[in-house]
Design a protein around this ligand. Structure first.
Ligand SMILES: NC(=O)c1ccc[n+]([C@@H]2O[C@H](COP(=O)([O-])OP(=O)(O)OC[C@H]3O[C@@H](n4cnc5c(N)ncnc54)[C@H](OP(=O)(O)O)[C@@H]3O)[C@@H](O)[C@H]2O)c1
Length: 290
């Protein structure tokens, strides 16, 4: 028992839920889970009060507006939460000398089809990307001891999580014999439980910095959806389409594949292949489904 205290923001979210479960299994930590009702990160005084009362050793900051299209149409809200809300967290985490783990995003790059490393310049195409990157800048501005984690396309949590891509595709497949998926969008599907294990390993070190973290390998959205549907044992016809097929508000980048270069350089092990991760998660989900 190391008795360290971990405060989690946005605690009802998909990643936060799995992170708390993984941390709980280790039973070494005291976990303080604060959802939006308990701590709205836009409220500077509330952030100050909470940090001073709880005095955590680590702050896992997952709270965000994570819907890219919503952010595109609600720019002020996106910057207030993802940018300035993160600044509030960073400022008061530094004041109490805790370590900050800020969950950023892989969606900071452009349309060139390649694996982006932590050294690649960002290409901020969407309001979501700009607001999350502002969060990174504020983290670096205020904190000495920070980990900025840029995860791949996340899946995990429970079936009620609105960002649960795997469960949503399952529901879609149950209701539509034919489904469409973009074959010109590239990313790295990443299981929130696997990511959580790696974050815990990382946060216990002093290897501060920016980390790309994803499951191994990469896929188009089409390949990802096909894997999900087939792993559920369903035979829907899946049509590969251009991303223009879907009307979206945000000009999302075509390629968000990330290379976990910093993890490798610092000698950390890499996460398992994404196909294995999808299978592991669907096994879990099947046990939870009625
Ligand atoms: N999902 C992905 O594919 C993906 C990929 C890369 C990075 N990320 C990043 O990873 C993190 C976790 O993502 P996720 O998929 O777990 O997202 P999520 O399920 O949407 O969780 C985010 C949580 O933040 C809360 N929140 C929103 N506004 C808030 C505020 N003003 N104060 C406090 N909490 C607030 C939300 O609460 P309400 O629902 O009640 O509003 C939600 O519970 C986010 O920072 C996201 O940007 C996500």
């Amino acid at each position: 028992m190391n008795g360290k205290k971990v405060l989690i923001t946005g605690a009802d979210g998909m990643l936060a839920t799995d992170f708390a479960d993984v941390l709980n299994e280790k039973s070494d930590y005291t976990i303080v889970r604060l959802n939006r009702q308990k701590l709205d990160i836009r409220d500077r005084n509330a952030v100050s009060d909470v940090m001073n009362q709880i005095r955590p050793d680590y702050v896992l900051h997952t709270a965000a507006l994570s819907d890219v299209d919503y952010c595109e149409e609600n720019r002020a809200h996106a910057f207030r939460v993802n940018g300035h809300g993160t600044e509030n967290i960073a400022y008061y985490t530094q004041k109490i000398k805790a370590k900050l783990i800020y969950i950023s995003t892989c969606a900071l790059f452009g349309d060139e089809i390649k694996e982006y490393t932590e050294c690649d310049p960002v290409v901020l195409k969407t309001v979501y990307a700009r607001s999350k990157y502002l969060g990174e800048e504020k983290t670096k501005e205020w904190c000495d001891r920070y980990f900025i984690v840029r995860p791949g396309w996340l899946f995990g949590g429970n079936k009620n999580h609105k960002r649960n891509f795997v469960y949503q595709r399952y529901r879609e497949a149950l209701n539509h014999p034919e489904i469409h998926s973009a074959s010109d969008q590239y990313g790295c599907p990443t299981y929130t439980r696997h990511l959580s294990h790696k974050i815990i390993e990382l946060m216990e070190t002093n290897h501060y910095g920016v980390y790309h973290i994803s499951n191994g390998g990469s896929a188009t959205r089409y390949e990802y959806v096909k894997k999900i549907v087939r792993t559920f044992g369903l035979n829907n016809k899946i049509h590969p389409v251009d991303s223009g097929f879907f009307k979206r508000k945000a000009p999302a980048p075509r390629c968000v594949m990330i290379k976990n270069a910093n993890l490798s350089i610092k000698g950390f092990g890499l996460l398992p292949d994404w196909n294995t991760a999808v299978e592991e998660y669907i096994d879990r989900l099947k046990r939870e489904l009625p």
